[in-house]
Design a protein around this ligand. Structure first.
Ligand code: SF4
Length: 303
């Protein structure tokens, strides 16, 4: 099968940076906990667990003497302040581009209390929960429909989750411009997100089917999946190479007539997973898939 990997896929700068921080601490023989899962990828989190690095989500779970690393998505300001009061050695692995959201949110709220501040993103995602904590009263929306439902406000400001769909954000901005005399737009979608989304837009229409690899709870993976699906109805999500193995026969039966696959991966997907899945598809072709299925049906019939 012909295999095409999107020009930009997999680990972004923020994820690599967080893993480098952790690796350095691990090599220096520090004992480590992370506050929240470091990144949204099960393969990586399980690997960290085997190294004795566990994630916690409350102050009561802090183990004295260990380094406590803050996850890439950041934490709410009150949690950070509470952690700073604890006798714990904090290491901040929040992506600097996520930190920028915190600074903008705090600045907007501090400078003008009357401005209607809007964050475009998933209200249940840790990044947005953390950013919103810097701007009490902020309104969080996730769609054009929600933007249309907002009342007119003379002064508005808007920023987006770093992994939000850039086209959808621009469309929301156009709607908000009609709802405000003065709309200040902060461009906070990170470049890693934009280039991954653009690459999948180019690749998806070009191949027979698409595979999007990434964590079930990864926001940017979900966006890549939706963007691919809009352009290629034969789009599948795989959490990891292990996920491929457990869904192998189902997936093979659905792609057996196809000749080409496009692969993309969320910003938390490790290169090993991409490589293994790429090799898996590279090593099959339509005839061989038919043989495997044929053999399996024959064996089933014999039993
Ligand atoms: S996707 Fe962007 S904002 Fe999120 S961790 Fe990666 S570089 Fe940082």
């Amino acid at each position: 099968m012909k295999v095409y990997v999107a020009e930009e896929a997999g680990f972004c700068f923020g994820v690599r940076r967080a893993l480098d921080i952790l690796e350095e601490l691990h090599e220096e023989k520090h004992e480590i906990q992370t506050y929240g899962e470091l990144i949204h990828n099960r393969t990586v989190v399980e690997k960290l667990t085997t190294q004795g690095i566990h994630s916690i989500d409350s102050l009561s779970q802090i183990e004295p003497g260990k380094k406590l690393v803050i996850r890439t998505h950041g934490i709410p300001v009150d949690t950070e302040e509470s952690l700073k009061r604890e006798p714990v050695d904090l290491v901040d692995a929040t992506c600097p581009l996520v930190k920028k959201l915190h600074r903008i949110a705090a600045k907007v709220r501090e400078n003008d209390k009357d401005v209607q501040f809007i964050i475009v993103g998933d209200p249940s995602h840790p990044e947005i929960i953390a950013a919103a904590s810097y701007a009490p009263g902020v309104v969080i929306i996730a769609s054009e429909e929600e933007a249309m439902g907002l009342p007119y406000n003379k002064e508005m400001a808007v920023m987006a989750q770093t992994t939000f769909d850039s086209e959808c954000f621009q469309s929301i901005v156009s709607i908000l411009k009609e709802k405000s005399g003065n709309l200040k737009v902060y461009e906070t979608i990170c470049n890693a997100t934009i280039v991954r989304q653009e690459a999948v837009k180019r690749l998806a229409p070009f191949v027979d089917f698409m595979v999007v690899i990434g964590g079930n709870n990864s926001s940017n993976t979900k966006k890549l999946f939706n963007i691919a699906l809009e352009r290629n109805k034969n789009t599948f999500h795989l959490e990891s190479y292990d996920d491929l193995n457990s869904n192998r026969s189902n997936l093979l039966s659905r792609v057996q007539h196809f000749q080409s696959v496009g692969i993309t991966a969320g910003a938390s997907t490790p290169p090993e997973d991409i490589q293994k899945i790429k090799t898996f598809f590279y090593n099959i072709n339509s005839n061989r898939v038919k043989e495997i299925n044929h053999g399996r049906s024959k064996r089933n019939a014999e039993h």
